[in-house]
Design a protein around this ligand. Structure first.
Ligand code: NAP
Length: 211
């Protein structure tokens, strides 16, 4: 598969590096050519510009702060020129609190889909690059599960393959509308993790939940 990644930070490194190791062709594009070249050299990805990454291959991962995604795509061309393209949304629009900076309206993934017309799949936002860069991301309970939210079967299948190729266990968690729930859940988890709590402690085995 061929994947374009916008950004040269921690998520670009973790996911891009993993996909290169799995045999995929990855082009990373950042706003700083030196950082882009360094990331490409250390991961085996191809270096490029933001514009090249945005339109490269089968799917685009904007590994950018949420607020930077539409401006970055808009700097490449009209945002609706990404209509139909597979866009993997890993962003967390989360501010201190934590609060969702998207407020009560549509969340990040739905906003990106509405603005671009892209086939957006929400994925990879719920844990940190330290997890995605493990080889493989497997713990005592097995591979890390990756919830995917999206409306397009082909896009969900593609992102599912990319997650499985990292050594994770992807599953379709619902339509894109459910990305709002995943984004809110992740904000809640961030609050627990940053206050030193283990969210797993609040989750009994499903069999214990009764009818
Ligand atoms: N870190 C996490 O734990 C985590 C987990 C899951 C999801 N996410 C999400 O993944 C996305 C990327 O996070 P990250 O941890 O990789 O962040 P990061 O390490 O800070 O990297 C951010 C990247 O975005 C670029 N960037 C920032 N503003 C930009 C702009 N206006 N135009 C173009 N490029 C811009 C930065 O470029 P420069 O280097 O030039 O500044 C950098 O390459 C975010 O949406 C975040 O919420 C993060």
């Amino acid at each position: 598969m061929r994947v374009g990644i916008l950004g040269t930070g921690a998520m670009a490194r973790a996911l891009g590096g993993g996909w290169v190791r799995a045999g995929h062709e990855v082009l990373v594009g950042g706003r700083d050519p030196e950082r882009t070249a360094a990331l490409a050299a250390s991961t085996g990805a191809r270096p490029g510009t933001l514009a090249e990454a945005a339109r490269f291959g089968d799917a685009t991962l904007p590994a950018l702060p949420y607020d930077a995604v539409l401006p970055a795509l808009g700097s490449v061309g009209p945002v609706d020129s990404f209509g139909g393209r597979i866009l993997i949304d890993c962003t967390n629009a989360v501010g201190p609190g934590p609060v969702l900076t998207t407020g009560e309206g549509p969340g990040a993934a739905r906003t990106l889909a509405a603005a671009t017309g892209a086939r957006v799949v929400k994925a990879f936002n719920h844990v940190t690059p330290a997890v995605w860069s493990r080889t493989p991301p497997v713990f005592a309970d097995g591979p890390v599960a990756v919830p995917l939210c999206g409306d397009d079967e082909e896009a969900l299948a593609l992102v599912s393959t990319l997650a499985a190729d990292l050594g994770c266990a992807p599953f379709v968690a619902g339509p894109l509308a459910h990305a709002d729930l995943l984004e809110a859940t992740t904000a809640f988890l961030i609050g627990l993790w940053t206050s030193g709590r283990d969210p797993r402690a609040m989750l009994p085995p499903p069999a214990a939940l009764g009818g």
